[in-house]
Ligand binder design. Structure first.
Ligand SMILES: [Zn+2]
Length: 374
């Protein structure tokens, strides 16, 4: 049985420790202490050094006794998108939130706590379960770096569950987009804006024309695009000679992602050419899409566990990536599961205690169902 007060105590302990990306050492120690308290031995890989952070991914291998049960992976990240220094947690009406200006950090410490409590609950029941790998990752919020640098020789799961989505709790995310990072540098020619503007080539205006021509925002139900940052120019009285624009495009359809990315490149190139400027555009793939059919074993098991906790039987589509994109690319069929966290990445971030309990129950249910599978 999931123990609510034990789960909540652990969750609050994690929240109280500041853990922005690359500065997750203290919370890693708290997580390892919980794991050791369960009589298990946490392992570390070398990911911290690779990403320039102060701590590594945490891996736990739990042997199983249920014959023929698939080996399950449960994973959540323990970095938070922003620092939580000075966090003041309040509990009102069964909801955990913050009254400070920081985020709460339920993304994704709710996932970490739910996984640990779910596993603990099943182990206490003393009934045979299958083998389990747990991975608690660093630096998810800055490009899934922990998952990308994970030492995969330390795990060998048949399927995975990443507890890193919002409402509904127990909702099963079976598909997520590919993500392109787009960087354009438009180069013109500087000139004195008052004395000889005709000698200049205005890179800022060319970039602005390019952006004005682009289809951005929601392109279709599975495709989005955004120009997020534009930086350039040197002074009010100099014709701007260099502008850098950073944007992105995402789609759960590779063809559509290719098309919107090409459209963005063409907009920069044509606007720059018309102005007599040049444009250099770089596209980096951040992560790849995945899509699991309702008939996939990982989806089947996830939906069984979802049913056990009263979660909807629909499959959800994500608009963003998670460590699951990396696990899937590494050949581990993985879905994402909602922990019930809401308004993540804002200071309104909150989570209902009852949802946190259900998320832990989802984990316990998945483990029990896997052991009962033929
Ligand atoms: Zn997250």
């Amino acid at each position: 049985m999931v123990n609510e007060s034990r789960l909540l105590g652990m969750f609050l302990r994690f929240l109280e420790i500041n853990s922005p990306p690359r500065k997750e050492k203290a919370v890693a120690e708290a997580i390892c202490a919980e794991i050791e308290g369960m009589g298990l031995a946490p392992l570390r890989d070398q990911a911290g050094e690779q990403v320039g952070g102060e701590t590594d991914n945490i891996i736990v291998n739990i042997p199983g006794r249920a014959e023929g049960a698939p080996r399950l992976l449960f994973s959540a990240h323990f970095d938070t998108v922003a620092p939580t220094e000075g966090l003041r947690i309040v509990r009102e009406g069964g909801v955990i939130r913050t009254e400070s200006a920081t985020i709460l950090g339920a993304d994704d410490k709710s996932g970490v706590a739910a996984i640990l409590e779910g596993i603990r609950a099943v182990r206490e029941e003393g009934v045979p379960h299958g083998p389990i790998d747990a991975v608690f990752s660093i630096c998810e919020e800055v490009g899934l770096l922990g998952a990308k640098c994970l030492d995969y020789s330390l795990i060998r799961p048949d399927m995975g569950f990443v507890l890193d989505a919002g409402k509904p709790v127990g909702g099963v995310v079976a598909t997520a987009p590919s993500h392109n990072l787009i960087t354009a540098v438009v180069t013109g020619k500087p000139a004195h804006a008052g004395v000889c503007p005709e000698e200049g080539v205005d890179a800022l205006q060319a970039a602005a024309r390019a952006i004005a021509r682009m289809r951005l925002g929601r392109i279709d139900p599975e495709t989005t695009a955004n120009m997020g940052i534009a930086r350039g120019g040197e002074a009010r009285n100099i014709v701007p000679a260099r502008v850098e624009v950073q944007g992105e495009a995402r789609s759960r359809n590779e063809g559509k992602l290719e098309e919107i990315s090409r459209h963005i490149v063409e907009a920069f190139e044509s606007a720059a050419a018309e102005a007599g400027a040049s444009a250099e555009i770089k596209i980096d793939r951040s992560y790849n899409t995945y899509r699991h059919l309702p008939t996939a074993p990982v989806v089947g098991l996830a939906l069984q566990a979802a049913r056990d906790i009263g979660a909807p039987q629909d499959l959800f589509a994500a608009g963003g990536g998670s460590d699951a994109n990396i696990f899937n690319a590494r050949g581990i069929p993985t879905v994402v599961v909602g922990t019930g966290m809401e308004k993540v990445h804002t200071h309104d971030e909150h989570i209902a205690v009852s949802d946190l309990v259900k998320a832990a129950e989802f984990v316990a249910s998945a483990i029990r169902r896997a052991a009962a599978a033929p």
